[in-house]
Ligand binder design. Structure first.
Ligand SMILES: NC(=O)c1ccc[n+]([C@@H]2O[C@H](COP(=O)([O-])OP(=O)(O)OC[C@H]3O[C@@H](n4cnc5c(N)ncnc54)[C@H](OP(=O)(O)O)[C@@H]3O)[C@@H](O)[C@H]2O)c1
Length: 226
């Protein structure tokens, strides 16, 4: 299988994000609590079903409080038949190790939650949460290898904006699953797809495009994955 140069050959890392026509990935207030279609939600569940580990930024967990489940019984059943857990485990990347432990996210039993952090385990961390200790100097390829060594090789990165930036900047994404939703969201402080300093231009090759009503679904492969 084709791989980008920062990744070993036996794993694949996918990034799945949705953005508005003005490139925003979230809406202010309750105006568009969920700005994509049911079709898009199902695409997300399918990608989660493909994955054996989900990766998410601490900012998203703090902001959304939504455990990443596969809300489609047929996909869950298929995973069971494959000998997999109903829902893939989630790895929350956090430099601070500071997470809202009271949130329901950390007290559900459907998804195994790991925190990947260079910080010491917070004494408030619920017992059910596994702490994966990293180092301050570790980069994302090294962190991916660390998670891969726990037995995972199909990774789905679910954002948000700063974590997605870091994965792209460090050449860790093989495929981007992008939804372009037919809305403008505006909002000066709303993040766009990637938040971070300027990037070196690198080529992404369009592999698939599909429209669902007025929503556009694109799959791009990183060109260095040839
Ligand atoms: N439309 C979509 O597809 C989509 C998907 C996901 C999220 N979102 C939205 O995105 C927003 C959150 O995005 P965000 O940029 O604020 O936060 P984020 O990217 O979810 O998380 C950033 C945090 O991740 C941790 N982190 C660990 N290693 C990192 C690294 N190498 N690079 C960057 N971060 C690292 C840090 O946590 P510590 O602060 O703990 O050190 C950092 O503050 C929310 O509004 C959410 O709703 C949208």
């Amino acid at each position: 299988m084709a791989k980008s140069h920062n990744l070993p050959t036996n794993r694949e890392v996918r990034l799945c994000m949705a953005m508005s026509l003005d490139g925003k990935i979230t809406a202010e207030g309750d105006l568009f609590p969920n700005f994509t279609s049911r079709f898009d939600r199902h695409k997300l569940f399918s990608l989660r079903s493909w994955a054996d580990a989900l990766i998410v930024g601490a900012g998203t967990v703090r902001g959304e409080n939504l455990p990443p489940l596969i809300r489609d019984p047929a996909l869950v059943e298929q995973r069971r038949k494959n000998g997999q857990s109903d829902h893939p485990p989630v790895f929350i990347l956090s430099n601070s190790g500071n997470l809202p432990w009271d949130q329901g996210y950390f007290h559900q039993t459907e998804t195994k939650v790991h925190v990947v952090s260079p910080a010491e385990r917070d004494p408030q961390t619920p017992d059910s949460v596994t702490w994966v200790q990293t180092t301050r100097t570790e980069n994302l390829p090294q962190t991916l290898t660390r998670i891969q060594d726990l037995g995972h090789r199909h990774f789905l990165v679910e954002g948000g904006s700063r974590l997605a930036y870091a994965f792209v900047q460090q050449n860790c994404i093989d495929r981007l699953y992008l939804t372009l939703a037919p809305h403008f969201l505006g909002g000066k402080s709303n993040p766009t797809l990637l938040s971070g300093p300027a990037l070196q231009a690198s080529l992404w090759v369009l592999e698939q495009s599909e429209t669902h009503q007025s929503e556009l679904h694109l799959v791009y492969r990183h060109a260095t994955a040839d």
